[in-house]
Design a protein around this ligand. Structure first.
Ligand code: UDP
Length: 241
């Protein structure tokens, strides 16, 4: 049920109302990030965003032994996104599926522009993203955590990539969709950016947004990214500061 709490109008002309979980349209779920949580990995991070719990381990840069993957002039950034069987209601069948292969690919593409891959020819940097509990927006949360884990591993980077989604649920353009908003809502638009330059390294869109709603969602997602970016910096500083 939606409680109308204000008559404010968004630029989309849609009334703003509190969301099912009580958040305002531009409010993130509670977030917590910790760097350096795994002893054996070169870099690691743990992130909670609302009901999402995500662990990331980074290995490398290290020599790549698979010739067909090897790049003579740069490293490859291999990402594996995996959902634990117990991470969702019911049981997620273990092992890769179409969705996890897609998310692994877009994660690598979202992170790669920030990494000085050219410094490590014929090498690999491996990023393992384990979703322990999922509650909508795991691809964004995974990218955000992976970036902190890469920094923790000391991988040279131009910037710490940050990711966040906006979309439309219950007729309203909102930031950081929950699982219910993601599944029952009208649109979901995950983005990733380099916060210093604002360069967008990921933009996906599922569902329907008018061009006005798209602009509003993009603004919300960019502002959400900026807030999350502060949490990433705090996590890195509290480990190394
Ligand atoms: N989900 C699920 N079972 C699955 C895959 C996803 O219950 O096999 C849930 C999970 O909470 C996830 C949400 O559906 O976060 C939305 O999934 P989507 O594919 O949109 O990716 P995400 O929003 O997590 O990036």
């Amino acid at each position: 049920m939606i409680t109308i709490i204000t008559n404010n109008e968004l630029s989309t002309g849609i009334e703003t109302s509190k969301r099912a979980d009580g958040r305002a349209f531009d409010e993130l779920r509670p977030i917590k990030i910790e760097a350096g949580v795994l002893k054996r990995a070169d870099g690691s991070a743990y992130l909670e965003l609302g009901g999402n719990k995500i662990l990331v381990a980074v290995y490398g840069p290290r020599e790549l032994h698979i010739r067909r993957l090897m790049q003579p002039n740069r490293a490859v950034l291999r990402c594996r996104y995996n959902m634990a069987p117990f991470s969702v209601d019911g049981r997620k069948r273990p092992g890769p599926d179409r969705r996890s292969v897609e998310i692994s690919k877009i994660t690598s593409e979202a992170l790669s522009p920030a990494v000085f891959l050219e410094k490590f020819p014929r090498s690999t940097i491996d990023v393992f993203i384990e979703v322990l509990e999922a509650e909508g927006g795991t691809r964004c949360a995974g990218i955000t955590a992976a970036s902190v884990a890469l920094a923790d591993a000391g991988v040279p980077m131009r910037d710490i990539i940050v990711s966040c989604a906006a979309g439309k649920a219950d007729g309203q353009v909102v930031l950081d969709l929950s699982e219910t908003e993601d599944k029952e809502g009208e649109a979901d638009m995950p983005i990733a950016i380099m916060p210093r330059t604002g360069e967008i390294t990921l933009l996906q869109s599922d569902g329907h947004l008018t061009s006005e709603e798209f602009e509003k969602a993009l603004d919300l997602a960019i502002n959400g990214c900026k807030k999350i970016s502060e949490e990433q910096k705090k996590a890195i500083l509290s480990r190394y500061g």
